[in-house]
Write a protein that binds this ligand. Sequence first.
Ligand SMILES: NC(=O)c1ccc[n+]([C@@H]2O[C@H](COP(=O)([O-])OP(=O)(O)OC[C@H]3O[C@@H](n4cnc5c(N)ncnc54)[C@H](OP(=O)(O)O)[C@@H]3O)[C@@H](O)[C@H]2O)c1
Length: 225
Amino acid sequence: MQQFAGKRVAITGGTAGLGLALVHELSARGADVAFVARRPDGVTRVAQEYGSRVHGIVGDVAVEADIHRIALQVLGALGGLDVLINNASDLGPVPLQLLADTECEDLERALATNVVGPFRLTKALLGSLAASAREHRRPLVLNISSDAAVTPYPGWGAYGASKAALRHMTSIWEQELADTGVRFISFDPGDMDTALHAAAMPDADVATLKRPEVVARELAEVLAS
Ligand SMILES: NC(=O)c1ccc[n+]([C@@H]2O[C@H](COP(=O)([O-])OP(=O)(O)OC[C@H]3O[C@@H](n4cnc5c(N)ncnc54)[C@H](OP(=O)(O)O)[C@@H]3O)[C@@H](O)[C@H]2O)c1
């Protein structure tokens, strides 16, 4: 199944959970994939497992100084870009806290990871995405959202505020760049059996949660549409 042969995809947060499932699903469908994560051991492990069409990049999307290096490494590895998936995320305080008990630094980290990082990385890669549009490759920026972006769940203030901002920013990117041919979508994957979910809700019944592999297949269909 080489449905995505020649498609160049960058994924932030590619060593666990949904990001790892996307690395697996999209590379299996023939895409060339560059993924980002902070911990070098995880990046090396995944890159070695998937071979020459999957490129690992060590970096932190919350750190301003990392963004241009990540963008350069993405473009160096892939030779251009058709799909950017802003997937890496920060929960805010763990265990979850009411807003009144949330440290300012925890809110800042959630915003840096979930909003400012995707903004910086999108800006850094916009020229390449526009070039992809000029070549009629239908480029897409896919920002991973959450139901917490629309529903004000108590205890999820830092995360929910950051995801709401990301979702709204996605809609504005979509409006402002409609003429360029670069598409923007935010996607709520639903509750998944991942480390992030376990950190937020350690008592959840994992049998009720979606497998990230199932969500990755849903997202592959979004990319194909
Ligand atoms: N799980 C759910 O139930 C659920 C529900 C709704 C929405 N979502 C959204 O789905 C997306 C994926 O979540 P997940 O549950 O799959 O997460 P996860 O299992 O915790 O995986 C997070 C991945 O992102 C990387 N990462 C974290 N912070 C990073 C940073 N600052 N820079 C670069 N990489 C970073 C991690 O590796 P390192 O630690 O090595 O950096 C890891 O590869 C997120 O946007 C999340 O908000 C999840």
